[in-house]
Design a protein around this ligand. Structure first.
Ligand code: PMP
Length: 360
């Protein structure tokens, strides 16, 4: 039998096979234009159709209200660590950060270049939990409250939307956007690098409430200025055309597969398959059960480097790829984004069971 290779890497991550096949089919000639998406002008009517239909699909999938702009920016998630404060902190000069893992901590550090950015709770000594909201010291004068919905490295995911008493809420959803429904109206801004759940690297989706736009610090680079990009439909300069096109195909795929409701149902099923095998003895998790991620599942094998190496080697031989934990935390990490099916996760689960039996 032929080995089926399944890529469980954290990002750039697996894309739906159907999407890759569509790209392949359309690569030399996009919709009878005789030109590849990678060759055509970003000012052409063809590309205009691509970007506008991609925005429409995002609106439809997430029920994005009229008073929010949908932007496609460059610079990745890391670009938004800077763009968020540069565009939003000017109102009061202050911002509040909830830091539940590596990415939100990096975002805070970046924001401190542009204003008074504060962590609203005691710094966590190790990641794996969300400090109780009753302990957060939120400043009513903050320009915004920032958090990361899913910490990709540590596998910590919010199961609730923080209450900020009217202060605009900003969220990094890079690694779980489109994996469940969200009430966009609760947020001032949501952003996501595409390369996990919605496409290839090179484009970052920004959903921002209109009234927050237009107060950027004067030093803000034009390409990161939400007002400029909103006014010019993300076409102030050459956008990442191919990546935007690819995101559109992934949105089609999500729509055809039941939308974000169905993605959520699958995510719960997939996550349960793995967490049910994390017994706290042979396989262990460092994350509190109330915030275990449905997208990234880090775990240890008997807390033993030697055994983990063996696990990774044998997994690879079976076609289960990309399972090594982040270099900062070690261990194993299974990233099970939308494009990973419940059947794929069953295969990983079967391997976890047999590995445990064979290596007591
Ligand atoms: N936020 C999250 C939650 C991420 O997972 C990542 C990347 N893995 C980033 C931000 C940084 O994104 P980028 O590499 O696109 O700058």
């Amino acid at each position: 039998i032929m080995t089926e290779f399944i890529y469980f890497g954290p990002g750039p991550a697996k894309l739906p096979t159907e999407v890759l096949e569509t790209m392949q089919k359309e690569l030399l000639d996009l919709n009878g234009s005789h030109v590849s998406i990678m060759e055509m002008s970003h000012r052409s009517p063809e590309f205009n159709t691509v970007i506008n239909s991609t925005i429409d699909k995002a609106r439809k999938l997430l029920n994005i209200p009229e008073n929010y702009k949908v932007l496609f920016l460059q610079g990745g998630g890391t670009g938004q660590f800077a763009a968020v404060p540069m565009n939003l902190i000017g109102r009061t000069g202050k911002a509040d950060y909830i830091c539940t893992g590596s990415w939100s901590s990096k975002a805070l550090k970046e924001a401190q270049k542009y204003g008074e950015a504060n962590m609203v709770h005691k710094k966590l000594e190790k990641y794996g939990s969300i400090p109780d909201p009753s302990s957060w010291c939120l400043n009513p004068e903050a320009s915004y409250v920032y958090y990361c919905d899913n910490e990709t490295v540590e596998g910590v995911e919010f199961q609730f939307v923080p209450e900020t008493n009217g202060v605009p809420l900003v969220c990094d959803m890079s690694s779980n956007i489109f994996s469940r429904p969200v009430d966009i109206s609760k947020f001032g801004l949501i952003y996501a690098g595409a390369q996990k759940n919605i496409g290839p690297a090179g484009v970052t989706l920004v959903i921002v409430r209109e009234d927050l736009i237009g107060k950027a610090l004067p030093i803000t680079p034009t390409v990161l200025d939400y007002a400029v990009m909103a006014k010019e439909n993300s076409l102030h300069n050459t956008p990442p055309c191919f990546a935007i096109y690819a995101v559109g195909l992934v949105f089609d795929w999500i729509l055809q597969n039941g939308g974000v409701q169905e993605m959520e149902r699958r995510a719960k099923q997939k996550a349960a398959t793995i967490y049910n095998l994390i017994d706290g003895d042979y396989y262990t998790s460092a994350v509190d059960p109330n915030c275990q991620s449905h997208m990234n599942v880090p775990f240890r094998v008997k807390k033993d480097e030697g055994l983990e190496e063996k696990f990774l080697k044998e997994a690879k031989a079976l076609g289960l790829l990309g399972l090594k934990g982040h270099r900062s935390v070690g261990g194993i990490r299974a990233s099970i984004y939308n494009a990973i099916t419940p059947e794929h996760v069953e295969k990983l689960g079967d391997f976890m069971k047999s590995f445990k039996e064979n290596n007591p």
